[in-house]
Design a binder for this molecule. Structure first.
Ligand code: G3H
Ligand code: 13P
Ligand code: ZN
Length: 333
């Protein structure tokens, strides 16, 4: 089975009121943890690779491991470029067999974003009409290795029809208050609950509703959608780590977005936290261990458990693999 197009995934997700999880992958254990969870839940997957992941692991290794995941699991899996920042990078991924790319022109002036996005869409669709392109309007705050914006700006609903029509994009990432990384909000933007844990301001569902009203049935994407599980933060802090005031997006708000027009939800930081919590705890309990298979097994188990929880309780896509495989088989006849 080939890598899956996100077209069919998004049609089904829109129809069924669920979202597909787009999980960032950087090495074999991360891929295995995600895929084992999806196999147990019969869930579709988008595995996404950033520019930083390509630099770290080499794009060919990552593509071959994702192809292995398709072979081992039999699940519908798309391979997506996350935050492509140039035509050349997107072209390289399209030529190299990715089934989906993001061109992130969100930091550019509007007209430059339109022109760059349109160029990538024209190349992708001419290469293969099943390759999908995600564009972005509005900027998310947050700091990651390769993705960094000091200030955020919400998506302007009045721009979305023009952007989608002129570029021909297949999906649109919007900014409604999510942000990248494990510190999504400053303490002064939040309140605190009775346990002293930060409670962030709610997402701007009014913007999501306005965008959906302008683009009925069009797939919307949310980046920066980790929830920063406090149990992992506590394990990290109790075992030599230092992550004060790490805070994410409450999962009930993501569930609500998934039931609306949000068809793809990006999650990376929660996998990183699970991975780090597993390794820190492992070394605290077994200071004599030095075999990577021992501590990486704990990292992989945590990734698996966090992904299972997302598929079932947040994204609502557990059990949806087969309807996507059927729709894909029908569409490819
Ligand atoms: O949104 C960004 C992703 O979390 C990827 O981060 O650029 O550090 O690989 P990265
Ligand atoms: P998080 O940092 O919230 O996991 O977001 C990941 C993301 O948006 C990848 O593109
Ligand atoms: Zn992102």
């Amino acid at each position: 089975m080939p890598l899956m197009s996100t077209k069919v995934m998004f049609e089904k997700a829109m129809e069924g009121g669920y979202a597909i999880g787009a999980f960032n992958v950087n090495n074999m254990e991360i891929i295995q943890g995600i895929v084992e969870a999806a196999m147990e839940e019969r869930a579709p997957l988008i595995l996404q690779v950033s520019k930083g992941a390509r630099k770290y692991a080499n794009a060919t290794y990552l593509r071959k491991m994702v192809e292995a995941a398709v072979e081992v699991s039999g699940l519908p899996i798309a391979l997506h470029l996350d935050h492509g920042d140039s035509f050349e990078l997107c072209k390289d991924c399209i030529d190299g067999g990715f089934s989906s790319v993001m061109i992130d022109g969100s930091a550019l002036p509007y007209e430059e974003n339109v022109a760059l996005t349109k160029k990538v869409v024209e190349y992708a669709h001419a290469h293969n009409p099943y390759i999908t392109v995600e564009g972005e309007l509005g900027t998310l705050a947050g700091v990651e290795d390769e993705v960094s914006h000091e200030v955020s700006s919400y998506t302007r609903p009045e721009d979305v029809i023009d952007f989608v029509t002129r570029t021909g994009v297949d999906s649109l990432a919007i900014a409604i208050g999510t942000s990248h990384g494990a510190y999504k909000f400053k303490p002064e933007q939040c309140t605190r609950n009775e346990k002293g844990i930060l409670v962030p301001p709610p997402l701007r569902f009014d913007i999501l509703e306005a965008v959906s009203a302008k683009l009925p049935g069009f797939p919307i994407v949310l980046h920066g959608s980790s929830s920063v599980p406090q149990e992992f933060v506590q394990i990290i802090n109790a075992n030599g780590g230092k992550m004060p005031d790490a805070v994410g997006i409450p999962e009930d708000q993501l569930r609500k977005a998934a039931a609306m027009s949000v068809c793809k939800i990006n999650i990376d930081s929660d996998l990183r936290l699970g991975c780090t919590a597993g390794i820190r705890k492992h070394f605290a309990e077994h200071p004599d261990h030095f075999d990577p298979r021992q501590y990486l097994s704990d990292a992989r188990d945590n990734i698996k458990s966090v992904v299972k929880h997302k598929l079932v309780d947040v994204l609502g896509c557990a059990g949806k693999a087969d309807e996507i495989l059927e729709a894909y088989a029908k569409a490819s006849k």
